[in-house]
Design a protein around this ligand. Sequence first.
Ligand code: FES
Ligand code: FES
Length: 884
Amino acid sequence: MDERIILTLVVEFTLNGSPVRVEPRGDESLLETLRERCGIRSLKDGCSPQGQCGCCLALIDGHAKVTCAMTTVSAAGRSVLTLEGLSEADRDLFSRAFAAAAGVQCGFCIPGIALRAKFLLDRNRHPSRDEIARAIDVHLCRCTGYKKIVDAIEWMARGRRGEAIPEPVTDGGVGARLARYDAVRTALGERPYVDDLDRPGLLHGAVVLSRHARARVRRIDTSKALAHPGVVAVVTAADVPGERWYGLIEHDWPGFVAEGEEARCVGDVLAAVAAVDRHTARAAAALVEVDYEVRQAVLDPEAAIAPGAPRVNPKHENALSHSAIRRGNAEAALAASAHVVRGTWQTQRIEHLYLEPESALAEPLADGGLHLFTQGQGIFDDRRQVAAFLAIPEEHLFVTLVPNGGAFGGKEDMSIQAQTALLARVTGRPVKLTLSREESIRLHPKRHPIRMEYTVGCDADGRLTAVKARMLGDSGAYASVGAKVLERAAGHACGPYRVANIDVESIAAYTNNPPCGAMRGFGANQAHFAMEGCMDLLANQAGIDRWEIRWRNALDVGDAFSTGQVLEKSVGIRKTLMAVKPHYDRARAEGRPVGIACGLKNSGIGNGAKEWGKARLVVEPDLTVSVYNGYTEMGQGLLTVLVQFAAEVTGLPAPCFRPKVDSTYQLACGQTTGSRATLFGGRAVVSAAEKLRADLDDGRRLEDLVGRVYAADVLVDDTTELGANVPNIKTHTAFGYATQLCVLDGEGRVDRMVAAHDVGRAVNPALCEGQIEGAIHMGLGYALTEELECVNGMPVTFKLRELGALRARDMPEVEVILVEDPEPEGPFGAKGVGEIGLVPTAAAVAGALEDFDGVRRYALPMRDSAAARAISVGRMKQAVGGRQ
Ligand code: FES
Ligand code: FES
């Protein structure tokens, strides 16, 4: 089509009651027009142009439509309504309902869902929970598990009918169901994510990714892209002034693959473009010509570590790591065991599927420095790596966290922060770079597929005698934290059970598949799927009830964990078993198929790592208190619980605290990972708040303390390395414990999940429940429908529904039981809850499925089951065939 004709298109429509006139491209989506030309920010881009996440929903002539899937031209003459255009009464009601119900976590999905709710309630004043779940089927939420979203919509309905609804809790300390910090603005879409930020003279970036999983890059020709109208710069490896290779542990990941080097996966960045708008940047990126010499990709981890295999990454041999734990004599104990079970379990590659794709904005500062807005899980790691990339001192790079739209471990590694910063440096202008959904999936690390060979024995009473396990994980093209994931899998190999004889080894292997790294559970999920399967098999063989065999083996204070650490406090596994027992017995008595699984997960990285919690409380002139910390808010609620700690200690009202994450102070703590931010960040905030409290107790008023900075740096360095030969092994600071039940209906569908979790202390019960409900949602997908299947290192699909994350109508009833066994090393007894929520889930589902149809399943996802077939997503993968 002629470019001049495109540019003269004029489209007029009504937006939130006012006429607008825009000049879009002919193919421009209404979402792009509303966000980029009309400044509407409540609509988010989670998957355009797929139309499968619901984040871009608007009401068009009163009908709910995803605007990424329609052209602006098609909106001509029509009326477009977004959250910005609702009545103040509706906006107030909707946002209060979501805040009060704790229906907001990262919040990226919420504005779309809130508008959908309006659409529903305009037609149905009394919707049932099932009707609500079906109404929001277009919408994907990766955080909440939908339960509290449905609660919020029910409350909206009540409010619409003039009935009273619960108000958000706005003040409170430890134990309060305080509404999430900034929940109201987030629900309305007013709290900006990185892609919502704007700057005068802003340029937009785009990247060129490798088309092949393994290929030598002979030549990168940027001339056509540079000549494209509207392009300001195109950069490649040759433009990087500093250290081009980065990585959280190994520096094995190039920000750009250079000419003459090998591309190692389909997420490798070859070039980046800055242009006047995103469309132009992406169009120009498509004009970059790359001459590849395609090579045979290394795709199987076993083949990768075999002698003579091609080297995947020049910085490291293909065996990335080897972890081992040996205690006692496993072979002899197995030989003497009354019962022995064996099996090989296989888990799959999983996409994080956070709703907000990666985005960064870099802005040159007047003093020659750079301001980087990042959504990463460790802004000081981002700062360190980007500064080295640009060859500038870290002090010249100011970094601000923009709380992200979900991460789950997938935003630990750098994505496009360095490339964005380089484009800003080269152009001298602010640059924003946001990945498309496909680019996001290709680029960031996944959950490891792990093959696990287990042999487990017990005596005639069902008491465990030995565990032998061999694990091999596919870490993909880059190290990321893969070595640590396999180390954690080895450390959690025995689950929450007392085992005297252990022989466990795990290996992480490089391949040319998409990299794998941190994802919620971090190796523990995989190990528990296998170990809990062994517990079921032993129960079957020994003729012992599945709850009972777990009870007989559950860890107590004074027992040794797999790694040899003697547990001295806060071992809540028995409490969680007792909490689910009435539910288990009832299901049994009713003849319902039921599965049970236990789990534990470290809180704090441990294994010899130095860990920090750092906080600064600053009394501001407006008499608010800024709460600076070094960890990231990603929907888990960290900022809210930090406020609760500060309020609890100081006695000041919660609304006077303003949590902040930026590089004003040196608060480098590493990544927000390992369920440690509440544990260590919380301790630091408590410590700093005690200093403020002391001044207040001395009779000083806040007015007298303006400008004071209360500092606390908490160093935790008493853990020991895995396998270290030391007298007092302490591999981890703390552990969370859980027992979950999966109850099926008569058709074999998941009807109910019961999850009892030892959280130490529920600092905010509503947020704790939300974390666990959301994790169970993720765990059910892991069990039944989710997989990022790849062929020749390339994902076979980027479509959200085909990736298998469950929709609201697929979710069973979930009952969360919070158990408190206070952790002495945690603030007010708290320990992390972010990860453990799905550690036992897949195993509980596998047990229930076996109870239903007699089939023991060893591979995930268990898509051959009636439970999986009943789920509305992930069907395409069944059609193309999986392992089962
Ligand atoms: S961005 Fe439109 S449905 Fe996902
Ligand atoms: S709150 Fe729904 S995606 Fe995060």
